[in-house]
Design a protein around this ligand. Structure first.
Ligand code: NAD
Length: 476
């Protein structure tokens, strides 16, 4: 199935849909059917120059509006997005391969909640403060280049563009090549809501071309990047000559640690569900389960059983919990990790490299549980970004904490315990930007971001607005 709204070839610059200079487009594949269901423009450097010029021209007017007036315009944008909810859901199913329930809840509703959270948080930003004889002013940083990944395309865009626009910045967005269609719908909604021309610009295209042009551009004051750690490091290098601010939201290798007094079956069930959500293509996925040594066998058995219960298949079917991964290349990457782990002596307790039965088309990977991994194995250090969970045993809590903190990443994590106090004490020791105790709910207004190689930025709530602000002291 395809739709009119998915066949696109223009860029959105200065409030208008404009053809590209070279007229090139990129196809968009449905990962479940392997059919090309849509297209986007493939922009180049010329379109980046035009978009940056439009954003710079729009900046004084947008930044000069009282924050409440910006909020009024952005609420209209939110309203236009809400009225397109079903189209956004269908688009997410088509371009990501997310099952309908996941597309509805984790992609679209959470994305809209993030924008709503920014609008609510605008009032708690200290826009002006007095310090002795100084007035400290928080002002928007300027033109922001936003670069986003394919795993939650709507959410990832709103997590940066929402904060930047509330802050008073203007934006040039380059979405991921694989999933540009949600970004097109955001631009449609921005046009319908009457966002002033140039405040939001959309320039889809290749990372190496459009992404790099945006990052190096002297007219861009800040880059906000979400993606892999390797590309994030390159973004920092390319941004350095212009000394622009760079906010990085990168990969993860998060641990779910079950303390000895926890309800182990509930902890394992919750961990498997979180690890496999969105086919494991979640930066904050708990991809490592750590359990007390004397409960390893029990934990492996229940994790394998929980993984096998997950219904894998057609994202449109109402009982499907796990869809395909996003592309053939991503499937090969994920299976490569599993094969190499097995070569190094790991044991597959559920799933594995074979196609799930009955799914001959589509980039499907069976929910996989791997155990007997070496502490320094690639599969416990590197981000797999697929439906793969490792299960490991720890000796005591100090050992568990050391294992949780061992990878270079520090994005997220979980701790499970019968005592909230004990869980909190353990959470304080985790070198990571987020920790959930006993499967607590995601909070779209709490700061989200990484320690160490998981990045240096914070998105969501007032922290995600402050990310885009400069600080000025005026002495009197
Ligand atoms: P990626 O790094 O390959 O691409 C991300 C974006 O960067 C895409 O838009 C891509 O076109 C662009 N890009 C690629 N090369 C570029 C270059 N040289 N210069 C500028 N831009 C370039 O990542 P991906 O495969 O799209 O996404 C998966 C990764 O994103 C995973 O590592 C995941 O953990 C991470 N991620 C992190 C968060 C977070 O909040 N920390 C959230 C989601 C995803």
């Amino acid at each position: 199935m395809t739709r009119e709204e998915w066949r696109r070839d223009a860029v959105f610059v200065a409030g208008r849909w404009q053809p590209t200079y070279e007229g090139r487009t990129l196809g968009v594949e449905n990962p479940a059917t392997e059919e090309i269901v849509g297209s986007s423009a493939e922009a180049g450097r010329g379109e980046v120059d035009d978009a940056v010029a439009a954003a710079a021209a729009a900046f004084p007017g947008w930044a000069g509006l009282p924050v409440g007036d910006r909020g009024t315009v952005l609420r209209r944008w939110l309203g236009e997005l809400r009225s397109r909810r079903e189209l956004l859901v269908e688009t997410t199913i088509a371009e990501v391969g997310a099952p309908r329930k996941v597309a509805e809840e984790s992609h679209v509703d959470t994305g809209l909640a993030v924008l709503e959270g920014y609008l609510a948080a605008a009032g708690s930003v200290p826009w002006e403060e007095r310090v002795a004889n100084s007035l400290v002013l928080r002002e928007p940083i300027g033109v922001v280049g936003c670069i986003t990944p394919w795993n939650y395309p709507l959410y990832q865009v709103l997590a940066k563009v929402g904060g930047a626009l509330v802050a008073g910045c203007t934006v040039v967005l380059k979405p991921a090549e694989l999933t540009p269609l949600s970004a097109y719908l955001l631009a449609d909604a921005a046009a319908a809501a009457g966002l002033p021309a140039g405040v939001f610009n959309l320039v889809p295209g290749a990372g190496r071309v459009v992404g790099e042009a945006l990052v190096a551009h002297p007219g861009v004051d800040m880059v906000s990047f979400t993606g892999s750690t390797g590309v994030g490091a390159r973004v920092s290098t390319l941004a350095a000559p212009t000394v622009k601010r760079v906010a990085l939201e990168l990969g993860g290798k998060s641990a779910s640690v079950v303390l000895p007094d926890a309800d182990l079956p509930a902890a394992v069930e919750g961990t498997v569900a979180a690890a496999m959500l969105n086919s494991g293509q979640t930066c904050s996925a708990w991809s490592r389960l750590l359990v007390p040594a004397d409960r390893l066998d029990e934990a492996v058995a229940s994790a394998a059983a929980a993984a096998e219960r997950l219904v894998v298949g057609d994202p449109e079917a109402t009982d499907t919990l796990i869809g395909p991964v996003v592309s053939a290349a991503q499937r090969e990457t994920v299976l490569g990790f599993v094969r190499r782990a097995v070569e190094q002596g790991a044991v597959v307790a559920a799933g594995g490299p074979d196609r799930p039965v009955g799914l001959d088309r589509g980039h499907y990977v069976a929910p996989t549980v791997v155990t007997a991994v070496r502490p320094d194995a690639e599969i416990v250090r590197e981000e797999v970004f697929g439906p793969v969970l490792t299960v490991q045993a720890y000796r005591d809590e100090d050992d568990g904490l050391a294992m949780a903190n061992a990878p270079d990443y520090g994005l997220s994590g979980a701790v499970w315990s019968g005592s909230e106090e004990a869980a909190l004490a353990f959470a304080r020791g985790m070198r990571t930007g987020q920790v959930d105790v006993n499967g607590a709910a995601f909070n779209p207004t709490a700061p989200f971001g990484g320690y160490r190689r998981s990045g240096n930025g914070r998105e969501l709530g007032k922290w995600g607005i402050e990310e885009f602000l400069e600080t000025k002291s005026v002495q009197r």
